[in-house]
Ligand binder design. Structure first.
Ligand code: ADP
Ligand code: TYD
Length: 215
């Protein structure tokens, strides 16, 4: 599971409102209760600089940035997050649980306005060059996800505002991505009670962590 640098890097992916944040939090609580040293973080964000970029990309007019500019901004945020938060934690042998990572850029910027996936991947190779050890895809039908996401208050609405058609393409895209990278992806049905989903996530992660006593 580990790449030899010490820690284990776990990401959650899925459409808006699928329950990623809820499940990431639950997983971290469960792993900490087992005595593991765990860092919970998120994208865009996860370091002071990246949180500043988060405000630039998630607030304001939906047409504020072109898709290409967005790819640069999300990748800049990710690079800072990696340098300041993720890599130091992994080097210290900690488990890093991250709510969204590069797969979200592959989907949201790579698919929503033309096919920019190749550009996303090229920039990723150049500037990030790190994939998670395990990616939990919380799969969910867009109608349910959108109604859940709309239930939250806040000013970060740019991508949720893209509507159900885009969310349907994102869901299909995430499932295709899971098929493209079967070694690190696990797909979990998110349309069940929180506790049921959490139990399956924990079982999946435990299996992936295997016999690592220190994880
Ligand atoms: P995401 O991070 O994927 O956008 P959240 O974890 O923020 O999703 O969940 C979105 C909303 O749905 C929240 O109000 C949360 O309490 C609720 N929620 C999460 N998981 C479930 C579930 N399994 N069943 C019902 N509601 C859920
Ligand atoms: P997030 O806070 O995870 O939203 P949610 O809880 O609704 O899933 O992410 C905010 C938005 O940012 C979400 O709509 C997806 C988008 N996003 C991208 O477009 N590209 C990216 O690379 C990332 C990490 C997120």
């Amino acid at each position: 599971m580990s790449d030899g640098r010490g820690g284990v890097f776990i990401t959650f992916e899925g459409i808006d409102g699928s329950g990623k944040s809820t499940q990431a939090r639950r997983l971290v609580e469960a792993l900490r209760a087992e005595g593991r040293d765990v860092v919970l973080t998120r994208e865009p964000g996860g370091s002071p600089g990246a949180e500043e970029i988060r405000r630039l990309v998630l607030e304001g007019d939906p047409d504020r940035w072109s898709a290409e500019t967005e790819i640069l901004l999300f990748t800049a945020a990710r690079r800072d997050h990696l340098e300041r938060t993720i890599n130091p934690a992994l080097a210290a042998g900690r488990v890093v649980v991250c709510d969204r990572f590069a797969d979200s850029t592959r989907m949201y910027q790579g698919l929503s306005r033309g096919d920019l996936r190749a550009l996303v991947d090229q920039l990723h190779t150049l500037m990030i060059g790190r994939e998670p050890d395990l990616t939990v895809l919380i799969d969910m039908d867009p109608e349910t996800g959108l109604s859940r996401a709309k239930g939250r208050q806040g000013t970060e609405e740019r991508f949720e505002d893209f509507g159900p058609e885009l969310q349907r393409r994102m869901r299909a895209g995430f499932l295709a991505l899971a098929a493209e990278f079967p070694a690190r992806f696990r797909v979990i049905d998110g349309a069940r009670p929180v506790e049921v989903v959490a139990a399956e996530v924990l079982a999946t992660v435990r299996t992936a962590l295997g016999g690592r006593a220190d994880g």
